[in-house]
Write a protein that binds this ligand. Structure first.
Ligand code: ADP
Length: 480
């Protein structure tokens, strides 16, 4: 039996701002309990829902020296659905209404979190053989392990895997600031592992020191070896041949299941998809004040509203979408310019388009169930979970062939009867327009194919089992 500790800034059901939380809150359950004891360590945000915070038990607390002064480090724990979670408590860092606050303060709080995870280990009844770190927030765990903590024999032989969920966010600040905050040895900054020029970079530290690095789809793993997608770190990936892998994400099939989803009034599976989705569509049209038209092609977006998600391609097509036989529902928050543009169009044509600029898990499930097609024309997409959820609910994704979207959606023009969606290549409005036209044509003129695609989509298996097996294979490489 090997011990694996997941370290991350988010995990459902404790705290979620995006797909990272879905992964860290569901992948740990997919490993064989005979082979691995997988546990998770998170910051103890005060924004974690009160019932979950109140259920936590105190393990211990002590002070550590960090960034020039003595800091409180509390450790709390909770067993949730049979899985053991630990929490690093420090209200100065993890207080407030949201997990992320001011950029520089976030850098400092996650330097502290990385340090605190290692400082906590000798005080819990669990010595990991391997720490699986997720995204830049945990980027300093491998460098701390390789430097300050290596003098303590407790840490001998602990291996690290680092998974990139989004390379766009690296934890970059001034080199001297990062050195001062982290307290890591000066030579890491003089020679390069933690800096490029005058910039300090937390993720770069993990890329340098982690035993293995992964990212969340095969195509994204190839893409980030190129300057176009590499966000300045492409040379690190290109050099890591044999130590850098792409493993596609899964989804929690119990949480995302139209046959049992508590957010839905009427449940459905692949044999009852037509009636199930028709009921969900009628209910959503009523809820959001859309025209109660069972024949409309209902398109949906559930997303952060940012340029990454391809919103610049959607805006020029709003007129066309809402002027024709389609309806559009948008659930998302993000950049004001997108929120406002969507709202303006929804105000002009409320019978055709509805916008909710908030974060609402239950509404998102009702939308996945009700929509006919899901728009996700991303500029880049490490993996993407939304299209996997859409597939599971029989909602056909319209996506760009990038990252995980390319790996998980089979396009009608290439795959014919095996298709699960509509995929375009080039990041331009013409590309999305082409895919949208193909979807419209199929929906209105070839319903048989549409229904076949819908069944294909629902029969896809994006549960975690396959990906967990791939991660297990990597763990075995490091823990013979
Ligand atoms: P990201 O890049 O944001 O992590 P993913 O597609 O990997 O994108 O995951 C996004 C997750 O967040 C999905 O589960 C999606 O349904 C959910 N989500 C995004 N925006 C909202 C919202 N406004 N309300 C509810 N869920 C949302």
């Amino acid at each position: 039996m090997k011990n694996i500790l997941f370290a991350a800034a988010e995990a459902v059901p404790f705290i979620k701002t995006g797909g990272l939380a879905d992964v860290t809150g569901s992948l740990p359950f997919a490993f064989s309990p005979d082979e691995y004891d997988v546990r998770v360590i998170l910051p103890c945000y005060t924004s974690i829902p009160a019932p979950l915070r109140e259920a936590m038990r105190d393990v211990t607390h002590f002070d550590v020296q960090f960034n020039g002064r003595s800091r409180y480090l509390g450790i709390r724990e909770l067993t949730h659905r049979g899985l053991h979670f630990y929490f690093i408590d420090n209200e100065d860092y993890f207080g407030g209404p949201a997990p992320y606050t001011d950029y520089m303060y976030d850098i400092e709080k996650f330097c502290f979190f990385s340090f605190a995870v290692l400082a906590a280990l000798p005080h819990i009844d669990f010595r990991p053989d391997l720490i699986h770190c997720h995204d830049w927030h945990t980027g300093l765990i491998p460098p701390y392990l390789a430097t300050q903590f290596r003098y303590d024999s407790f840490f001998d032989g602990i291996r690290t895997v680092f998974t990139i969920h989004n390379l766009k966010f690296q934890g970059i600040c001034g080199r001297d600031e990062l050195r001062a905050i982290s307290g890591l040895p000066a030579d890491l900054f003089a020679q390069g592992p933690l800096c490029s020029g005058s910039c300090g970079n937390m993720m770069q530290g993990a890329l340098y020191y982690a035993d293995l690095v992964t990212t969340v789809s095969r195509t994204y793993a190839q893409e980030i070896c190129t300057p176009e997608y590499g966000e300045g770190l492409d040379r690190f990936f290109a050099q890591r041949t044999g130590r850098f892998f792409g493993i596609v994400n899964g989804i929690d099939n119990r949480v995302f299941d139209p046959a049992s989803d508590p957010a839905l009034k009427r449940h459905y599976d692949v044999s009852h998809v037509k009636a199930g989705k028709a009921a969900a569509k009628a209910a959503l049209q009523k809820e959001l004040g859309l025209e109660p038209d069972p024949e409309a092609l209902l398109l949906a977006i559930v997303s952060r509203l940012t340029d990454q998600k391809g919103m610049d391609l959607v805006l020029p097509l709003l007129e066309k979408i809402t002027g024709g036989p389609c309806q559009l529902v948008v659930l998302g928050t993000g950049e004001k310019r997108y929120e406002e543009s969507f709202r303006r169009m929804a105000d002009a044509r409320p019978e055709k388009m509805a916008v909710k600029t908030l974060y609402d898990e239950a509404l998102s499930h009702r939308i996945y169930a009700a929509a006919d097609a899901f728009l996700m024309p991303s500029l880049f997409e490490p993996c993407g979970l939304s299209q996997l959820i859409a597939l599971r609910y029989g909602t056909l994704p319209i996506v760009r062939a990038t990252g995980g979207l390319k790996d998980t959606v089979r396009s009608l023009d290439k795959e014919g009867q095996n298709a699960t969606g509509f995929v375009f290549e080039n990041y331009d409005v013409g590309g999305l327009n082409w895919a949208l036209d193909l979807a419209i044509k199929t929906f209105f003129a070839d319903r048989k194919t549409w229904e076949k695609m819908r069944r294909n989509a629902m029969r896809e298996d994006f549960s975690w089992n396959r990906s967990a097996e791939e991660y297990s294979r990597l763990y075995r490489q490091l823990l013979p």
